[in-house]
Ligand binder design. Structure first.
Ligand code: XMP
Length: 512
């Protein structure tokens, strides 16, 4: 796969991952490298094309041109976007000036000269701009192929080489080219054979797991979430009973979670799942603790103890399987130069070092939507694949303050009613994340002839693209009232239900 990929050199653009996804949507493997990646690594990769991303810096200050010189010398097709275009201009002797003001938002782009990059696109269309510096003089070896506004230089091409620069962002949907520019770059300029497909990913993943693991054993912490489930499923397909999954019930799971996991893996031949009931240990460790971060730490550390204890019972385990996905790898790499970190909020973080296990991470090159497609391809149910995210500390951060087993039972019942009603109303896939929160304050109510004095449940549902910002979901009229009525009627010790209408920011998605 390596020598059929397009690579992105990331100069810190907020859109870098989006460019990678757009390329993969065109059935071409794409990998992101930080701008300070070694030339050796790039040479070994042998890409069919390269994209220089945008970024917050100015080429007028400093720019290390080692990589760019190599790409030019090797005649690898280059597309510079925003900062990337400015870097190309600087390298070829054009003029880039620092602007006082950032140009941000949409502009009308006009094609000045037809080019394979623009096949199938209207002569003029809306594009998305986000830049500070501008190119004011096109280098001699280049020509202008597109402009915005009053002849602003917005698209350039080398006169004899496959080197392009775009001042706008073709990867965002606000640019109204219907994805054609990236598609043309991948197919017409880089001549991709379009071999990156889910079927190929399945077969090459199975092959590489078999080659790596050989006849040794693998253990994997299975949570019932999408990533660990898909990782377990693909490792099972590759090495069958050499894999043992460990499912830890920490007392903070949703209703029937264990059953759902059993059902999801029923059709997987020879899968070994060890169910460990550690409810008491977790709840004992959490006794009297009210601070959310402290609760998170206790739950994480207890998980490590329980998992390690169980893992030691599995003879000859040499590998730890993990559901690390590509955004985790990129985010970890952005924080340190080592890309092989385990995400810090991941429950099994810290295990490998203690246990001297080698890591097997079959999803580490995939985006979430690709992980879902892969899961579907190998036979996991849509119910598991399309599940809303569930935090590692589970109900531990949805029971405000001290966690008690009776609170967890109440919350599980209420949440099950809420989520089932959302599913019945066919709203589940329209919502990014929905859940209930237990508020350990008592309020007065009347049921039948009697006065009750019981707890509160808050309902939360949000819509979001990336979980960094989120908006409360607007349910159809009457829906929340119906949920509230059922919860109050059916769940003992609840006298009141509220709906959380806070956006993120300033609120977060979880309450703790
Ligand atoms: P917040 O509450 O920060 O949540 O807006 C953003 C997303 O992250 C999830 N989340 C967690 N996931 N461990 C996890 O594995 C955690 O401690 C944790 N806290 C929040 C949250 O459910 C949402 O999807």
């Amino acid at each position: 796969m390596e020598n059929k990929s397009i690579i992105i050199i990331d100069y810190g653009s907020q859109y870098t991952q989006l460019i990678a996804r757009r390329i993969r949507e065109n059935k071409t493997y794409c990998e992101i490298f930080p701008y300070d990646v070694s030339l050796e690594k790039i040479k070994n990769h042998n890409p069919i094309g390269v994209i220089l991303s945008g970024g917050p810096n100015s080429v007028t200050k400093s720019f290390d041109n080692t990589l760019l010189k190599y790409f030019i010398m090797s005649d690898i097709p280059i597309l510079g976007i925003c900062f990337g275009m400015q870097a190309i201009c600087k390298e070829f002797g054009g003029t880039v000036v620092e602007s006082q003001k950032r140009e941000y938002g949409s502009a009308i782009f006009k094609i000045n000269e037809m080019d394979p990059l623009f096949h199938g696109i209207n002569n003029s269309f809306e594009v998305w701009m986000s830049h500070g510096d501008s190119v004011t003089i096109v280098p001699n070896e280049f020509k202008l192929i597109g402009s915005t506004g009053e002849n602003n230089i917005s698209a350039i091409k080398h006169k004899s080489k496959l080197i392009y620069g775009l001042q706008f962002h073709p990867e965002v949907t606000h640019t109204e080219d219907k994805g054609k520019i990236i598609e043309n770059y991948v197919n017409n300029i880089c001549n991709s054979k379009n071999e990156w497909s889910i079927k190929n990913i399945v077969s090459s993943s199975i092959q590489s797991i078999q080659d790596e693991v050989k006849n040794e054993s693998v253990i994997l912490g299975l949570s019932g979430g999408v990533d660990s489930s898909v990782a377990a499923a693909i490792i099972n397909k590759a090495i069958g009973s050499q894999l043992t999954c460990i499912f830890v019930n920490n007392g903070l799971l949703r209703l029937n979670e264990e059953e759902q996991v059993k059902n999801a893996f029923r059709s997987f031949k020879g899968i070994k799942i060890k169910f460990v009931n550690a409810e008491k240990i977790f709840l004992d460790n959490l006794k009297g603790v009210v601070d959310p971060e402290q609760k998170r730490k206790i739950i994480g550390n207890t998980f490590i103890d329980v998992f390690q204890n169980e893992a030691e019972k599995i003879k000859d385990a040499r590998w730890l399987g993990q559901g690390t996905i590509y955004p985790d790898v990129i985010e970890s790499a952005a924080e340190s130069s080592s890309a092989h970190l385990i995400k810090s909020h991941h429950n099994v973080g810290g295990l490998p070092e203690n246990m001297k296990l080698k890591l097997i991470e079959p999803l580490r090159k995939l985006f979430k939507d690709e992980v879902r497609l892969l899961g579907k391809e190998i036979g996991l149910s849509e119910e598991i694949i399309n599940r809303h995210p569930f935090p590692g500390p589970g109900l531990g951060v949805r029971i405000l303050g001290e966690v008690k087993s009776e609170f967890a039972d109440i919350l599980r019942e209420a949440d099950n009613i809420y989520i089932s009603m959302i599913r019945e109303a066919k709203l589940y896939d329209k919502i990014s994340q929905a859940f209930s929160v237990f508020i350990p304050s008592k309020t007065v109510g009347v049921t039948g002839d009697g006065r009750v004095y019981s707890y509160i449940i808050a309902l939360r549902a949000v819509g979001t693209e990336d979980f960094m910002t989120a908006k409360p979901f607007r349910f159809p009229n009457g829906f929340i009232e119906d949920v509230a009525t059922r919860i109050i009627n059916e769940v003992p010790n609840i006298s009141r239900v509220c709906y959380d209408i806070s956006s993120k920011p300033p609120a977060t998605i979880e309450w703790e």
